[in-house]
Design a protein around this ligand. Structure first.
Ligand code: BMA
Length: 322
């Protein structure tokens, strides 16, 4: 468990009135940061030891998707392993995995849980745990294919593990709402409930095509703070932006508030230009109780960070809710 390192931070730039702002040194992880990579993006980090650890999506130069462990003292400068994570059997026999992408990492009770989009006859949600980011134990897939964006809550709710996810299809899914599911044991998942749907056009057009959970929810007195992505289908294809919602603490299938405007949308050069232009895709957030640092994939190519003050973000969500 972490000894609470200082989270990475940079003050709001002078003159900015944005509730969240980009790190001036973005991107923090470049596309060729390990020798085999074509791109490193949509990756997750957590406090670990006296620093941070993470699981990174590194697509290789054959454009095969896989996930890699990495470590950092400051949350900004990362040493990412050159070899992908090799899994051992966890709560089941080893199950096949054609590819792995878009990891999330959650500390629950005594270990770190990794969820990702696992290729099993199409994408579904893979689950594994680790204590040290060296040995990883793969568990049952949470769902039938097709599903993406599986994000665990950092504590049990009513005695059960809880996970957000986004049922999908096997392609570049043109729809998608966020659901919650529960499990007594991280093996069998049920009690599936709808949490949030896309917005009716044109009420909040940036999230009118599909939405998906992003960061591990942050527990606040005002509810679970969840950063998510929303997508609009433009004449140039999908455009991915970031919004946030507050979910009820006892029953997180209830949305208390949800941003009508986005918090961050593709605008910086590294978000507009890359292998997939116009993508801001949050997968992790650090919070020390006052400050928030979000990690997001930019243009499916690099990793960027954005910052904000927790209370300002909460107030913004409440005051700009649908
Ligand atoms: C989704 C996933 C993400 C990706 C996004 C934009 O379907 O593949 O990994 O960031 O599309 O291309």
């Amino acid at each position: 468990m972490s000894t609470n390192p200082m989270i990475p931070w940079e003050d709001r730039p002078a003159g900015s009135t944005d509730v969240m702002w980009r790190y001036s040194q973005n991107p923090v992880i470049g596309r060729y940061q390990i020798p085999t990579s074509n791109s490193i993006f949509n990756s997750a980090v957590v406090p670990f030891g006296d620093g941070f650890a993470g699981v990174f999506r590194c697509d290789n130069k054959a454009v095969q998707m896989n996930i890699f462990a990495g470590f950092s003292k400051d949350g900004i400068n990362w040493d990412i392993n050159h070899e992908p994570i090799v899994f051992q059997a966890g709560n089941t026999d080893m199950i096949e995995s054609d590819y792995k992408y878009d990891p999330r990492v959650t500390f629950i009770e005594d270990r770190y849980w990794v969820t990702w989009c696992n290729g099993y006859h199409g994408p579904t949600i893979g689950i594994a745990y680790t204590f040290d980011f060296k040995e990883f134990f793969q568990c049952e897939n949470a769902f039938l294919p097709f599903n993406r964006n599986g994000v665990l809550f950092p504590e049990k709710i009513d005695g059960k593990y809880a996970m957000l996810s986004r049922p999908s299809d096997n392609g570049h899914t043109p729809f998608g709402d966020i659901y919650i599911s529960y499990s007594p044991d991280m093996k069998y998942w049920g009690e599936h409930r709808c949490v949030m749907k896309v917005t009716p056009f044109p009420e909040s057009a940036w999230q009118c095509t599909k939405i998906g959970a992003g960061s591990v929810p942050i527990k606040t007195k005002d509810g679970w703070l969840e950063f998510y992505h929303g997508v609009i289908n433009t004449c140039n294809g999908f455009r991915y932006s970031m919004g946030a919602a507050l979910l009820d603490l006892e029953d997180p299938s209830k949305v208390l508030y949800r941003t009508q405007p986005y918090l961050l949308a593709p605008a910086a050069p590294y978000e507009l230009v890359g292998d997939v232009p116009n993508v801001v895709f949050p997968c992790a957030a650090l919070c020390d109780g006052e400050k928030v640092a979000v990690y997001y994939g930019a243009a499916d190519t690099v990793v960027g960070m954005a910052f904000g003050h927790l209370q300002e973000i909460i107030d913004f969500i409440k005051n700009n809710s649908i």
